[in-house]
Design a protein around this ligand. Sequence first.
Ligand code: HEM
Length: 510
Amino acid sequence: MESIVHLISQKLIGHLTGLLVLGSFISFVVWLIGNEFSRLRARIPGLKGPRGWPIIGNYFDITSNAAIQYDTWGKQYGDVYQVQLGSTTVVIVNSPTAAKTVFLSNSQALSSRPVASTTAGLTIGASPYDDSLKRKKKGIAAALNRPSVQTYVPYFDRETRAFIEDLMAYGKAGTVTIDPLPMIQRLSLSLVMTINWGVRIPSIDDRLFKEIVAVEEELNRTRSTVGNAQDHIPILRLNPFNATSVKARAMRERRDGYLAQLSSDLAKKMHEGTNNPCLQASVIKFKEVELSETELTAISLSVLGGGFETVSNTMQWSIAFLAQHRDIQDKAYEEICKFQGSDEPLCDASDDQKCGYILGLAKEALRYFSVIPLALPRETIKDIEYEGVRIPSGSTVYMNAWACNHNPELFPDPDRFEPERWFTTPDAPVFAFGLGYRMCAGHLLAMRELYLIFMRLLGSFRIDTSEKIDCDPSKDMKIPTDLIMAPRPYRVSFKPRNERKLLESLASTA
Ligand code: HEM
């Protein structure tokens, strides 16, 4: 009797399991058909582009090098085409002419950003278009416009000097090889911290420096436009243990910790009247723009996140490249000497990009390395039209800055690093900063900073390496899905051009 009951219950369980499997399968097929139908409906009529796979679309085609893959597709589908990243339809703009037509002629229509599930609205660069964005942009513009940048000259001076001192000290006057990344990161971080909170990062051993570098590097990863599958494939958002989201949360908590500390230190100093002038203090004190606490934090994060790894990674690539191109270093040194004489390794910090060759070198580094190869995504808030095709409101649009910067019609022989090319095309757009209403808010600051770093670095040292360093920006990036590309770690030496003069210059204002 017992064995009959057992047999029946076994059969029942087997039957129910079979029904469950069948039911799940049918539900999956129904969901899949529905999902594919809505993906099909999301395609923009009249715009070409690869079809991709069910559910994931073209997502896995772009994870190893999105900008290069988009450039390759551009040759097949035209300057403006569509791809599907999971459920998201994305318009790719792939040439300088198309970028100018789309982003400059439709500046207002392209004034928003898509809200990604991983990074939603944390910084200005991740905020959609609304009244709050307008207030935040007004606040940051006041700190980063030309007259304000001019007032930061003493900060540029102090931080670039400290950079040269670090290279001398850690590199033992060119007798040992070093990884320059921490020194260049200290420079760019200290500059944005001074501008924002009025506090410096005095050394690469500073505890706060190490914490911010660790957190920002991880956040760069989570802000990736191609590394977060859950932003495009909604079903993945159901997983509460998604490693990227968990990490993003943990990093945000650590970041909230130092932001709160910096803000409370500033509040205390303002109360005592001992604070240094800085963006946060002037916004709080003079109330030029009425900003909420969250908006003020968004500005801090944007200055920090926008101005830190962009500049340091551009320099990190450039140093690796220059170490292996002595001819460009020597030409730069010759031009610096012609401009200011050979007696002064540290140029005048207030020189506003007047040495043509070094200005060309800075622009060429931005073009050649394109550290944010896909700029940042935009969202249309109105329909726009491109060559008779209607791109509807609510579309995600990417500018392939890499492809624009390596376009052979605008930049002949684009894979050649040639600072002189900017003498013949001085007005060509620096696509590395994006275009239109949401172009980089810190581009004036970044240009001044990069120029002065190159002037002082190449006026002071010859950069050497005895090893081959892989620094081809199309394939040698440390992590190809990062938002801001970095090269892999390397070591070089910094040999003073004239050690006595350099030490005298550094000592003269120490
Ligand atoms: C090498 C240096 C830099 C590069 C290559 C760079 C690149 C970019 C790019 C590609 C964008 C998106 C543009 C677009 O959508 O069209 C952007 C936005 C932004 N950048 Fe930069 N940037 C640099 C330096 C800086 C600095 C120094 C700051 C501030 C101190 C800064 C602050 C911002 C902000 C706030 C945005 C968001 C603008 C918005 O969404 O309206 N950037 N940057």
